[in-house]
Write a protein that binds this ligand. Sequence first.
Ligand SMILES: [Cu+2]
Length: 164
Amino acid sequence: MRFNGIALFASAALLAACGGGSETKTTDSAAAPAVETPTAAPAMGTATAAPVTGTVHTVNMVGDDKGYRFDPVSLTVKAGDGVNFVMVSGGPHNIAFDAATVPEDQKAQLQANMPNSPGEFSSPMMMNANEAWQVSLGNIKPGTYTLICTPHLAMGMKMDLIVQ
Ligand SMILES: [Cu+2]
């Protein structure tokens, strides 16, 4: 019984997360100022993916009897580095930048640097061991960014990515 309850809760949370995404979009266009030209600029602006020019670091995503976690839980990198996230166990996992930690002028570049992103600052969901996904920090300004795993945020699965 208890296990079923948790599974249902997790599904509901995922559904809510998806619903939230489209709601945000709707709100954005509704809040856009009156359009005087036929083509309005997107709220976030546009950017071209900036390639990795430095070191590629590895972060493992683990779920086992000790809990759900990113390993390491804090990583310091340089702008231009890349981070390769590897699904080890206990998935599905994903990587989502906490939007509150992404400065306004970094949003378009960060989104462009996230391949196959299904939603704002999110990676695809990784289901199987050894799946991996890489983000580039090319053209990203120094700062501390919080990353979360959407399915396991409630279990504390998050990390700090410090860009120097
Ligand atoms: Cu996870």
